[in-house]
Design a protein. Sequence first.
Length: 551
Amino acid sequence: MREYFIEHIRTALKTAGIATEKDIQIEKPADNKFGDFSTNIALVLAKECRKNPRQLSQEITEQLSFKPGTVRKTEIAGPGFINFYLEPAFIMQLLEQAITEGDGFGQSLVGQDKTAIVEYVSANPTGPLTIGRGRGGVLGDCIANILEAQGYTVTREYYFNDAGRQMTILAESVRFRYLELCGEVIDFPETHYQGSYIKVIAEKLFEKQGKALLKTDDLAPFKQTAETYIFTHIKSTLHRLDITHDSYFNEHKLYLPDESDKSPNRQVIDLLREKGYIDEYDGATWFTTSKLGQEKDKVLVKSSGEPSYRLPDIAYHITKFKRGFSEIVNIFGADHIDEYPDIIEALRILGYDTDRIRVAINQFVTTTVNGETVKMSTRKGNADLLDDLIDDVGADATRLFFIMRSKDSHLNFDVELAKKQSKDNPVFYLQYAHARICSLLRMAEQEAGFTLPAEGMQLMRKMTSDHEIRLGFMLLEFPEVIDVCGRFLEPQKMVEYLHSVAELYHRFYQECPILKAEPDIRTARLFLSVATRQVLRNGFRILGISAPESM
């Protein structure tokens, strides 16, 4: 819709002899008494045109020419805003597209012939998924859905952290519990994983091996058993939220020599050294970010010889570039906020187009039950587990609550609210609107033997009431909401939008008789309901929640 006005304003500017490269902004006024759309282009261009903004607005509006039946009137307001008022029939005519396109309504070709890789979850396989990891998983899945709706070919990837110190600690934790099963007395370290799942893994290994591993110093069987068990559990949990991945990248590959006889990790160090950004001191290898204006250098290889997170992450991102993705989207937790800028700087130094990288940082999650905060600690074994939350509130509420706030905001997950069957619960409120429409359409068919004739869509153009027009106008915003969600990687804007749709529909339902209206109006209002149901359904698909037909 905004493009319609931008195109006409560009034509008017050209006709008026005004050449400019500046963007034309079209906004929806907060109060619809100032029009359906508004532009400040006259204020933007007044200085370079050396004219009063209101005078310039007048010159522009005199050159505007809209097709009859589209724009009801154009007004100049305030210091020089140009406000546009649409014909109600034009709004409802455009809305027919939502019905005719069905599941495809809102989709675009922004990403046509482009590929995108979205990396999300990527939790260390050291224990069951916690609620904090769940937020990033749902965020990543929704972003992948949004990109697909924009025409991208999307690869959903899980970076499998199967190397490094945490995996050694995991293997040692299982070995200690295994030794206990063999009758050994163990002083279990506080620094190791103490959850009950470690005992379960040890028991499985003991059932299979007996005491055969009692004297071994090799941690490999303990690590492999734990890794397999935990990752199977992680995938099972994600499946409950309908989260799947197309590919899994194993971190340990970055430690192994390739055809160059050097590991990808070693290649990163050598390349950065050639660029003058590697130094050795205090027994460690450093990325000299102080040369980039940072206060301190960042360690890439610790004095123990173990890489820091930054080194394999740089090497991993190089593989993404080598695989040729147009867009590289990373969903990270807040614990990565200090790390990822260094990764991007290293990639830029090495000559990669870092403009292709987009990062979404999701803040921490706390859960409250009856007003009390639940503490989390994976290492201590008393973590707030994602599976437990799904058991408690269901998959739909889990998904929606994770993304109904901006990713940049700390999320307080109110478990009791998520379980409520009332309008206070956002997921219930949205799904009830969809179910109400489905119920209405069933009643129309069962009680009146009524079916919607295809040609009846045009009857929507006769609608004139404020409730009808406001709902129809809001439904037309759906494609743009997808675009905004994609540009800012913020699916919570879809949640906010769908809440507005549901609110306007509930109000329309209460104020505008439908089944008891005279035939043409009844048909028009039923078609408006069908369009609303389609937008809700398409939005739910992006958010990954179900669209119940009865509640």
